[in-house]
Ligand binder design. Structure first.
Ligand code: CMP
Length: 136
């Protein structure tokens, strides 16, 4: 049975700033993802606060929201069989220092904050995050 799903991916400011967005998109395509929609935008800190609301009690919340709104990002709807899990595997651990060889965060990430990519962590959050950026 087909289990094709969609997930939300963000290429974060550190990667866009280093002109890595083309290379990262290639990685998604080479790993069987279709890019259904994409846009390059810069968001306000208030929008970042809404997007990362699940982390609002964490000590890193303020810096995280400042960072996501600090420069252009590329947001994408990715589609693939088991897209949410597949994207999390491709991204690797949150901290690039702990990420496995060959993963995006290992290849491109600089630090736990500047870890180059975000991906939805569940089907429910994928829907919420896709609607956040793409619902008209
Ligand atoms: P992301 O997958 O976008 O989700 C939340 C982000 O918070 C995470 O990637 C990291 O870039 C950032 N972050 C900063 N500090 C931490 C931490 N201690 N634990 C988890 N995430 C962190």
């Amino acid at each position: 049975m087909s289990n094709v799903k969609q997930t939300l991916s963000i290429i974060k400011p550190d990667a866009v700033e280093r002109n890595l967005d083309g290379q990262i998109k290639e990685e998604f395509l080479n790993n069987g993802f279709k890019i259904i929609q994409e846009k390059k935008i810069q968001i306000e800190k208030q929008e970042a606060e809404k997007f990362y609301k699940v982390h609002e009690t964490k000590p890193f919340y303020n810096d995280l929201c400042s960072y996501l709104s600090s420069g252009p990002i590329v947001v994408m709807i990715l589609e693939r069989e088991n897209a949410i899990i597949a994207n999390r595997e491709l991204m690797g651990s949150t901290n690039p220092k702990e990420a496995a060889e060959g993963t995006l965060r290992k290849k491109f990430g600089i630090s736990i904050d500047k870890n180059s990519v975000h991906g939805s962590d569940s089907e429910e959050n994928a829907r919420i995050e896709i609607d956040f950026f793409f619902k008209s």
